[in-house]
Design a protein around this ligand. Structure first.
Ligand code: ADP
Length: 555
């Protein structure tokens, strides 16, 4: 780059000398042979520089791409780690598609900006600096005319700020589009069944159009930079011609030095324009970089205490004491909730939806922390237990079964790295899943589609039960499915769940009569408060009680 820049700046000297020799031609005979010598000497130098610059260009391109790709790869890794270290609450605040687009779209923008900056910025800046130096050296008075270029700074800075805002809007909207696409494709079943394709076309169509509008704003600002530089370049050339003629008539400069300055201006003009364009690219890159660093810099609030206790052999005594919980939006989800599950007990949480049942379940593995009050395991506040041992002491079986696009064996082994095939099969047998798995063409090596496509609801649930059995944790958090399964699947799932909860402390969000009947204790939650506590028999006897009414509605 330096070589190329120096060679470019050297052109001003070449032109300067040629003009001076040419003007001297009319005056002396020696000048003719001087000019010839000069021309012959300079030719191989020029050719050599061109060849070298070709090789340099090739190496430079490979190097800058590799640096940019590596930098961006590191960024993706860091971003991914931070994304998983962030609070669970952040996931509900930001649509997944938006987060994904930071990994794909924003990263591409940054990568391109890096490559173009590395390839062009240093080269263009060096050329500009060396050319200006060469111009000043040959005729500094005349070169000062270039200061008109300084005039360009203030509008360009103002435009740059606007461009960065525009680019941020474009990228944020790209995130929205990704989120909408994800929503639309995952909802394909409902959309087809309800015949909503044209609605979707309209909805996404609007989004795509909005992207065009946002992009046009950015482009309009980008387009303003070039003409500003072009007009100023014209002014500078005019200034040099006028002042140059004045200098020559006053004999204060040679024609050659004026030719040199003019050549310098012709070299500078496109370089300055290239720097302007580069500024556009840099502004876009910075906008995306801000979005990326928002993820990387996010500090989780749920962190491990420095002196956290590692929970080994937890007995599974879970207590919630006077817990209050407020969501970030101010919703008061729990008000002074106290409950207890002794080791091996099953407690059921029931009540109308919005009562706070899921919130309680989320407090135990510290997906959220209580606003006041406390949650303890074996008498230790969960905030004093190391996160990995806390979460390692429990298994979560939710009605929304999460299956990955991988083999059945891997899906069952999820959360139990290195579980042997035999233990996986034992777990599947205990979950009554072995039968249907064996009938699949590839058995345990069958690759499930996204979200377990191809399996029935009951089968998916039995896989998630097998996963929990394999985890063999003392505490079981269960979110009973509300969707009805057919009678046979239902009884299989129920039996598997019973085997799973045997000997474990189980906290279940219950929807089925059979579950509540067997529970050691039922907590009825309404509007974030425990309104009744007792066994099924005890609660059924309270005349006009919430539980009694609730059961009637359910039957
Ligand atoms: P349940 O599981 O009994 O249906 P939840 O624990 O899900 O009840 O919800 C309790 C209350 O908290 C409800 O009013 C619900 O609207 C609110 N809530 C749940 N999740 C969030 C959230 N992520 N942000 C804000 N409010 C929430």
């Amino acid at each position: 780059m330096a070589l190329l820049a120096a060679a470019t700046a050297a052109y001003t000297f070449v032109v300067g000398r040629i003009v001076d020799e040419a003007t001297a031609l009319n005056q002396s005979v020696d000048a003719v042979s001087n000019a010839k010598k000069y021309a012959y000497a300079i030719l191989p130098i020029l050719l050599g520089i061109t060849a070298l610059s070709g090789i340099a260009n090739y190496l430079q391109r490979i190097l800058s791409n590799s640096i940019a790709l590596n930098a961006v790869g590191q960024m993706q890794k860091q971003m991914f780690k931070s994304a998983h270290d962030r609070d669970y609450a952040s996931f509900s605040n930001e649509p997944t598609g938006n987060l994904i687009s930071k990994f794909t779209s924003d990263v591409t923008v940054v990568s391109n900006a890096l490559i173009r900056t590395m390839s062009n910025l240093v080269a263009a800046l060096l050329t500009v600096i060396l050319t200006i130096a060469a111009m000043l050296y040959q005729n500094w008075q005349l070169s000062l005319v270039m200061t008109v270029f300084l005039l360009a700074f203030w509008p360009i800075i103002a435009i740059s700020q606007r461009m960065r805002g525009n680019a941020k809007d474009v990228q944020a909207h790209t995130g929205t589009i990704t989120a909408e696409l994800k929503e639309s494709f995952t909802g394909a079943r409902m959309i087809k069944a309800y015949g909503l394709e044209s609605n979707e076309n309209k909805r996404l169509g609007k989004s795509f159009e909005k992207r065009i509008r946002l992009f046009m704003k950015l482009v309009t600002n980008q387009a303003r930079v070039d003409p500003i530089l072009e007009i100023l370049g014209g002014l500078a050339i005019a200034g040099v011609v006028i002042f140059g003629v004045y200098q020559v008539t006053n004999n204060t400069a040679t024609a050659g030095s004026i030719g040199a300055v003019l050549t310098g201006l012709l070299i500078l003009s496109p370089k300055l324009r290239a720097l302007g364009t580069l500024n556009n690219v840099i502004q876009e890159g910075l906008a995306s970089l801000t979005r990326i660093f928002d993820v990387i810099d996010e500090q989780p609030t749920i962190t491990e205490a420095p002196d956290a206790i590692v929970l080994t052999d937890a007995k599974g005594h879970v207590e919630v004491k006077d817990a209050n919980f407020l969501y970030a939006d101010g919703t008061k989800a729990l008000r002074g909730v106290s409950l207890e599950a002794k080791p091996g007990e099953t407690i059921a949480l029931v009540g109308p939806s919005g009562g706070g049942k899921s919130t309680i379940i989320n407090l135990i593995p510290r997906l959220y922390d209580v606003s006041s009050g406390r949650v303890t395991i074996d008498g230790i506040d969960v905030r004093h237990i190391s996160l990995s041992s806390l979460r390692g002491s429990m298994a979560l079986v939710s009605q929304n079964v999460t299956l990955f696009n991988d083999t059945i064996a891997t899906n069952i082994g999820f959360g139990n790295e290195g579980a042997s095939r035999d233990t996986i099969i034992d777990a599947a047998k205990a979950a009554d899943a072995h039968g249907f798995i064996s009938q699949l063409p590839n058995g345990y090596d069958t690759v499930l589609g996204e979200d377990g496509a191809g399996l029935s609801g009951g089968q998916k649930q039995r896989l998630s039960i097998a996963r929990a059995i394999l985890r063999d944790a003392p505490i079981l958090l269960l979110d009973e499915a509300t969707s009805a399964l057919d009678a046979e699947s239902e009884s299989k799932v129920q039996a598997a769940l019973e085997r799973l909860s045997k000997g474990r402390t189980t906290i279940v969000i219950a929807h089925r009569l059979s579950t509540v009947q067997k529970a050691d204790r039922i907590y009825v939650l309404d509007k974030g408060e425990v309104v009744e506590t007792g066994t099924h028999e005890e609660l059924s006897k309270i005349p006009g009680g919430v539980y009694a009414r609730f059961r009637e509605l359910q039957n």
